[in-house]
Each structure stands twice: as structure tokens, then as C-alpha cells.
Design a protein around this ligand. Structure first.
Ligand code: 3PG
Length: 391
């Protein structure tokens, strides 16, 4: 697989796919982490004298132009961060784009409109891939966060041009790849989030690799039920109880320390004002719902994290958006911040959690991919990555 360093860039037009799918509010970018993460590649391309044509999606406009999902605010933020003008087109391809590209000097930057305004993007339509390829001499993919999508700007175009991975793509793949293929031990994975259904693949794959698999969040209660306890009104996926049993059996066979909450915070309501109490996981009252891990569990999880050489975390331990149920997630985030082991945060909610607790800087790697890092940890080959290696 080529990387940007392998390319001769001077005077070349480079189509660079980035993941600028950033949170926005009232037309402003509210979190520019993903823009900052792409800067090393963009700066390098520009400094090497390329004409840089950037492309990204934002949200899910489903093939229609939606004004709230235009990339103007993103172009502005990029321009502020990089200290250079960024030309922004209002279309994804066509005459406006062609003219803008022909006006670029070596080192200049251009950002296309949201590629998902074109229905062909998500369909990986060869005609759109061709239109993208025709804009440029080479293709660089730095959009790790979108690498699990086989779309025209993440996969189709790569078949038509010399293609290379950007620095962010390279870093994500090497950190996550090393963690899964050649982990320092003890290796601990912490899997949380609401549903077993979303984490089946990742639990299954990690059971072949880790020393400790820690479970938290809503999905824990289906496991607790599978252990034979009553869980009151806590989240239950009835149809996943057998699978939960199989996972616990697999853990035993593989010698993996499979760790479930010992105590929990239960509440009589899903709200900040709820009455709460701490109970043992085997004594959840029938009218109450577990919404966070309890203090004993927090301590136990923190200890395992501190004794680990490598920790991967995906998914919160409780409903951390509500302060009353944030302590479990916070304790795990703090333990990761303090441990001497190498810490990897799978994107999405866990990345949002470390941001919320202001601990992102204390982690060794916070992935910019949500779905992409999850699929990577499931052991899947990401189409956007595969497209780069296929030629
Ligand atoms: C993400 O935010 O996970 C990526 O940008 C992909 O977005 P998508 O789930 O809308 O494809």
C-alpha cells in the first residue's frame, strides 16, 4: 500500500478524501477534532506543491442538496486552522468545480461540496467515481472514519487513479492493527454501549485476542440475565441471552477473564432527577433500572486497567450524558488517563466521553472512526482500505 510519502506531488492535482463529518450546531462546527486530525496530510500535500482537492461527506443528506449540510463552515474552520485560503465550491462536480480547479496554483486548497449531495456517492456509482478521478492525477484517502463505506469517493475512485493512504489513515491502521495483531499484554478490552446487537462482532473477535474483556453499559444486563439474575427494568435483549451465554463459555475456553459489573446504580426514572441507589448486580429490584456501574465495579475496572499494558475502550459504562449516571464512564476514562499502559479509544461515544471529561489529551490514541474503528476491531477488512491495496 502506498502512502503520501511515495507520491511525486509537485504540480499534481490530488483528490484527497477526508472525513469532515463533524458535529455542527446553528451552522457552526462544534468539534473540529476530525479537521485537525487531517491537517498533517493536507499541509504536507500543500507544502509539496500539490493542488489539493478535498472531498468529504457531512451527515446523511441521501443524495439531495440540504443547506444545513453544506461544507462552508467546515472550509472556513479548515482555513483558520491551516492559515491559508480554502476555495469552496457549491457543487460536487461539474463546470463550477472544473473552473475552480483550473484556477488553483501549486499548494492551493479547494473543498468540494458535501459529496453525499450526489446520489451516486453512496451507491458507489462508477460515473461519479469517474467524475472524481477526472479532476485529479492521484488519489489520497485520509478518511479513516469513512473507510467502512464502499462509496464513490472512498472506494470507486481508488480503482481509477494511483492511490495512497494519508498520514491519519496510516496512523489509525497501524495503531489499531498492532493492537489486534501483536498486543502488549496484559491486553484489556472494555466494551460498553447500549446494545449487545451492535457489539456481537467485536466481542467475538476480541475474545480471540484479549486477556481481560470488561463489559459495561446497557449491554451488560443481558449478560447479567444470562448469568441467571433478575435485572428489573434494565435493558434486556431477550433474543441475545443465548449468545451472551455462548460468549461467556467462549471466554472460559479461551482463558479470557470476562468481567461483568458487580454492583450498579439503579434508578426509578431515566432522568437527571431520578431517585437512585446502589445495589449488587444480583439484587436489582424489579421496578428499577440499572443505568450505570456501581462504585465497587468502578474500582475493580480501574484496577484491571492500571494493571494492563494495552487497553482498548469502546462504548460508555452508563448513560454518561446524564450526570447522575456518568460516574462509571468517568472512572474508566480516568483509569485510562492514569495507566502506564497504551490506551486506544475506539471513536464514537467513547471518544465523546473522553472529550466531555477533558481527558482526550491523556490517551495514546483516540480514533477518529466510530463505525470504522468498530468494524476494524470486528476483524473486518474496510472497503476504503482494501481499495487502496488492490492495485
Ligand atoms: C462517522 O461519523 O462514523 C463517519 O463519518 C461515517 O458516517 P456515516 O455513518 O454517515 O457513513
Amino acid at each position: 500500500k502506498l502512502t503520501v510519502k511515495d507520491l511525486d506531488l509537485k504540480g499534481k492535482k490530488v483528490f484527497c478524501r477526508v472525513d469532515f463529518n463533524v458535529p455542527m450546531k446553528d451552522g457552526e462546527v462544534t468539534d473540529d477534532t476530525r479537521i485537525k486530525a487531517a491537517l498533517p496530510t493536507i499541509t504536507y500535500l500543500s507544502e509539496q506543491g500539490a493542488k489539493v482537492i478535498l472531498a468529504s461527506h457531512l451527515g446523511r443528506p441521501k443524495g439531495q442538496a440540504v443547506d444545513e449540510l453544506r461544507l462552508d463552515a467546515v472550509a472556513k474552520r479548515l482555513s483558520d486552522l491551516i492559515g491559508k485560503e480554502v476555495v469552496k465550491t457549491d457543487s460536487v462536480y461539474g463546470s463550477e468545480v472544473d473552473e475552480a480547479i483550473s484556477g488553483l496554483q501549486d499548494g492551493d486548497l479547494l473543498l468540494l461540496e458535501n459529496v453525499r449531495f450526489e446520489a451516486g456517492e453512496e451507491k458507489n456509482d462508477p460515473a461519479l467515481a469517474e467524475a472524481f478521478a477526472n479532476m485529479a492525477d492521484v488519489y489520497v484517502n485520509d478518511a479513516f472514519g469513512a473507510a467502512h463505506r464502499a462509496h464513490a469517493s472512498t472506494a470507486g475512485i481508488a480503482e481509477k487513479l494511483t492511490s495512497a493512504a494519508g498520514f491519519l489513515m496510516e496512523k489509525e491502521l497501524s495503531v489499531l492493527g498492532k493492537a489486534l495483531e501483536n498486543p502488549d499484554r496484559p491486553f484489556t478490552a472494555i466494551i460498553g454501549g447500549a446494545k449487545v446487537k451492535d457489539k456481537i462482532g467485536v466481542i467475538d473477535n476480541l475474545l480471540d485476542k484479549v486477556d481481560n474483556l470488561i463489559i459495561g453499559g446497557g449491554l451488560a444486563y443481558t449478560f447479567v440475565k444470562a448469568q441467571g439474575h433478575e435485572i428489573g427494568k434494565s435493558l434486556l435483549e431477550e433474543d441475545k441471552i443465548d449468545l451472551a451465554k455462548e460468549f461467556m463459555k467462549k471466554a472460559e475456553e479461551k482463558g479470557v477473564n470476562f468481567v461483568l459489573p458487580e454492583d450498579v446504580v439503579v434508578a426509578d426514572d431515566f432522568s437527571e432527577e431520578a431517585n437512585t441507589k446502589i445495589v449488587s448486580t444480583s439484587e436489582i429490584p424489579s421496578d428499577w433500572e440499572a443505568l450505570d456501574i456501581g462504585p465497587k465495579t468502578r474500582e475493580k475496572y480501574a484496577q484491571i486497567v492500571k494493571d494492563s499494558k494495552l487497553v482498548i475502550w469502546n462504548g460508555p459504562m452508563g448513560v454518561f450524558e446524564l450526570n447522575v449516571f456518568a460516574n462509571g464512564t468517568k472512572a474508566v476514562a480516568e483509569a485510562l488517563a492514569e495507566t502506564e499502559g497504551y490506551t486506544v479509544i475506539g471513536g464514537g461515544d467513547s471518544a465523546a466521553a473522553v472529550e466531555k471529561f477533558d481527558l482526550a489529551d491523556k490517551m495514546d490514541h483516540v480514533s477518529t472512526g466510530g463505525g470504522a474503528s468498530l468494524e476494524f476491531m470486528e476483524g473486518k477488512v474496510l472497503p476504503g482500505v482494501e481499495a487502496l491495496t488492490n492495485k
